[in-house]
Every structure is written in structure tokens, then in C-alpha cells.
Design a protein around this ligand. Structure first.
Ligand code: HGY
Ligand code: MN
Ligand code: MN
Length: 421
């Protein structure tokens, strides 16, 4: 890597300003961001991103899953691009940083290379992946999953939100259903900068997480059916209370998560009770289950335990149970060459780092199936994320972006050598 490239640093203030600027699109009163996938707010931030990348001299490709690829040309157009990126959609009560720093640090990387007049060997691309969060349209990482061949386009288009609107309709509606076939887009490498969304880096005083793997995760949907009845005149032993049975099931799911400590997690995040009237015994509930662990075998055991315990509770409560697994994302190891590039970049920049497995899911987990991939983590305050109070420090975000820049330039130098050999 040239001396000029070695000394290059991103513009920390400009990066922070773009994060604060885009945080206004969907800003919430508590300082977070609500920008659900394929909403009008998602369209607005996508338009902002496309405009900023065009101004940075990029060509724009949008594929038929709405993934946006902003390409900065390199010397050798025959080389597949080195890509960076993440997602601009958020949770309903999300923060300013989850996903967003991965996309905007990519834009900052382009701007820095332009100012320095550095021409890379390979093209550089910044990607905004559609529907990483999976909050509005399950499962998560849907569009990067289609890109990696994990889901069909038809499956993705048919996914519906709780109001019955489909992914395909909403993608069309916001004008981001591109022409390019999703997936026919080779990459030389992919790097994703993201906040850790956990407490480890902050607790250990580390600034960079060298992410080696993403843990496995499985999602389920549960429907419990009992019988609506009068809250006042139905004796307790006669009830078929779907909500009470669900409460017992939720406690059992939590116990399975604790049983497989220290790495297992189990969460029920969404529940709906019908008819949801204070003087009617609930006859039906719908709820979701999210379980995660670094080892697939443990996830399989947790799934067995949850299945048998929920059936036993349904039996004892006189209610019916429908339990369906709607997503299975096995643990993913990242490519050694890319992980090494991240580790060496942190070392050369004198940044305290440690290896870490990602507890959260990321688009990089799917992209790793089709391109050498790795991630860079930076701390967030108290590890709090998926929360409007999510907070990262400007100097940590800048440090992560400098590691991203350096890992990309080191990968480019390696590709250039290979091209000359
Ligand atoms: O669920 C996840 O881990 C990610 O935030 N979509
Ligand atoms: Mn994210
Ligand atoms: Mn998230």
C-alpha cells in the first residue's frame, strides 16, 4: 500500500455530520430513528444516499430487491468491486447508528479517496441492503439473503407485514424495484462496519471488534387458540385462556434460553391477543420467538425443548398450538483474509481491539456465502441498541471508518499484486 494510502484518514467531522443529517429522516422525540423498511421515510433516505453517491462520482445500480450499489470506478474494470455497506432501515424505535454507520462510513471512504486523488485497482462499491431488520417484513437480512441465494425472489416479494402489505408491492410503491437481477453481482470482498450492539468492547475498553463469526439464529411464529368467553361469568376451571397459556409458554422459552447459558439467548418480542378486550377471556394469541447461539447443535436442542414444552403447556391448558419455524440462519465464520485485514488495520492504527462473535445478525452473514467477508465493530454505550437511546462516540465511529478504509486499501493492494502476477 502506498505511503499516501497508509497515512490516509477519513474526515471524522464530515462523517459524524452525515450521520446526524440522515438521523433527521425519521427522527423520534426521544432522539432515535423510526425508518421502517420500504416506508416513505426509507425512500427519502435512499434518495438522499443515491444523490450523495452521485455527487461523489459514483454510478448507481438498484437491483430487483431494492439493494443499492454505488460504484466508484477503479483502474481495472475487470476486477469485481471491493464492497462496503450495511443497511439504512431501522427498528420501529431504533437508534441513529445501527446499520447507518456502515453505509455512511462507505460514503465517507469514497469522499476521502476522491479528495486524496487515490485511484484504486478494483472498483469500490457502497451498498445499502434492503430490509436488514426484518421488523416489518420477516425474516431479517431478506435482500442480502436473496443476493446470496438463501431465499427466492418470489418468497421475498410475498412476505407480508402485520397489515397484510407485501414486500413486493411496497418495493414497487417507493420506486426502488430495480432492473438488475439480485445476486448476479460478483464482489471481490465485502466489509461491514457496525456498532457491537452488546457490552463487551465498552467493558474491556476496546475500540475495535475484529468480528470472526456471526452466531446462528432461528425465528418462529406461534398461534395459540382457546375460546373467547365472558370474563365475569366463566368459572376459572372452565376457561381456555390463550393468553394465560401463552404467558406460561413465554416463561418456558425464557427458561430454555437460561438453561443453555452463557451464550444462548431466547426472546419473545411481538405478541398480539384477540379480541384484546378487557372483559373477554382471550381466545387467540400470536407471538414470535427468536433464539440464538454460536453452535447449531445447541440451537437444535433448544428448538426441541421449546417444541415439547409448548405442546405440554397447550395440552394442560386445553388450547391448540401452531408453532412454525420461519427462519433459520446457521452460524457463519468470516473469511480469514478479510478478518486478518481488519485485525492488521486496527493494529497499524494503534487501536485496542479484540476478536468477537456477533450476537446480532447482519447482511455480512449472508454476503459471506458469495464473497470473502468480514465485519468491524465499534462500541455503543452500555451495549444498548434497538433502542432510541442508542449512542456511539464520534471518535469510535471515526476509528471504525479508518479501519474500514485501511482494510479496503490493503485488500485492493493484494488484488493489484495478484493482477500483476
Ligand atoms: O436481528 C438482528 O440481529 C438484526 O438487528 N436484524
Ligand atoms: Mn444492523
Ligand atoms: Mn438491527
Amino acid at each position: 500500500m502506498s505511503q499516501k494510502a497508509t497515512n490516509l484518514r477519513i474526515n471524522a467531522e464530515r462523517l459524524w455530520d452525515t450521520i446526524m443529517e440522515t438521523a433527521q429522516i425519521g427522527a423520534t422525540a426521544k432522539g432515535g430513528v423510526r425508518r421502517l423498511t420500504l416506508s416513505d421515510l426509507d425512500r427519502r433516505v435512499r434518495d438522499w444516499f443515491v444523490d450523495a453517491c452521485k455527487k461523489a462520482g459514483c454510478s448507481i445500480t438498484v437491483d430487483d430487491m431494492g439493494n443499492i450499489f454505488a460504484r466508484r470506478p477503479g483502474k481495472n474494470p475487470n476486477l469485481a468491486p471491493i464492497a462496503v455497506g450495511s443497511h439504512l432501515d431501522t427498528q420501529p424505535s431504533g437508534g441513529k447508528f445501527d446499520g447507518i454507520i456502515g453505509v455512511l462510513s462507505g460514503l465517507e471512504l469514497l469522499r476521502t479517496l476522491n479528495e486524496a486523488g487515490i485511484e484504486t485497482e478494483a472498483p469500490i462499491e457502497v451498498i445499502d441492503w434492503t430490509n436488514e431488520e426484518g421488523s416489518r417484513f420477516a425474516p431479517a437480512m431478506l435482500a442480502s439473503g436473496v443476493f446470496a441465494g438463501k431465499f427466492s425472489r418470489e418468497y421475498a416479494y410475498a412476505r407480508a407485514d402485520r397489515e397484510g402489505k407485501s414486500f413486493g408491492e411496497e418495493l414497487e410503491r417507493i420506486g426502488y424495484r430495480g432492473e438488475a437481477p439480485c445476486g448476479a453481482h460478483p464482489l471481490s470482498a465485502f466489509f461491514e462496519l457496525h456498532i457491537e450492539q452488546g457490552p463487551i468492547l465498552e467493558a474491556e475498553g476496546k475500540i475495535i471488534g475484529v468480528v470472526t463469526d456471526v452466531q446462528g439464529m432461528r425465528w418462529y411464529e406461534v398461534t395459540v387458540e382457546g375460546e373467547d368467553c365472558h370474563a365475569g361469568s366463566t368459572p376459572m376451571p372452565m376457561r381456555k385462556d390463550a393468553l394465560l397459556a401463552s404467558a406460561q409458554m413465554i416463561a418456558a422459552i425464557n427458561a430454555v434460553g437460561r438453561r443453555h447459558a452463557p451464550h444462548a439467548v431466547a426472546t419473545v418480542g411481538l405478541i398480539e391477543a384477540q379480541p384484546n378486550s378487557r372483559n373477554v377471556i382471550p381466545g387467540k394469541t400470536f407471538f414470535t420467538i427468536d433464539i440464538r447461539h454460536p453452535q447449531d447443535a445447541v440451537l437444535a436442542t433448544m428448538e426441541e425443548e421449546i417444541t415439547s414444552e409448548l405442546n405440554a403447556i397447550a395440552e394442560a391448558s386445553g388450547v391448540s398450538l401452531a408453532l412454525e419455524r420461519v427462519w433459520n440462519s446457521p452460524p457463519v465464520p468470516f473469511a480469514k483474509a478479510c478478518v486478518d485485514a481488519v485485525r492488521e488495520a486496527a493494529r497499524d492504527l494503534g487501536l485496542p481491539s479484540r476478536e468477537i462473535i456477533s450476537g446480532a445478525g447482519h447482511d455480512a452473514a449472508y454476503v459471506a456465502a458469495v464473497a470473502p467477508t468480514a465485519m468491524i465493530f465499534v462500541p455503543c454505550e452500555r451495549g444498548v441498541s434497538h433502542n432510541e437511546l442508542e449512542k456511539a462516540e464520534p471518535e469510535h465511529v471515526a476509528a471504525g471508518a479508518d479501519v474500514l478504509l485501511r482494510a479496503v486499501l490493503a485488500t485492493d493492494a493484494r488484488l493489484a499484486e495478484g493482477a500483476r502476477a
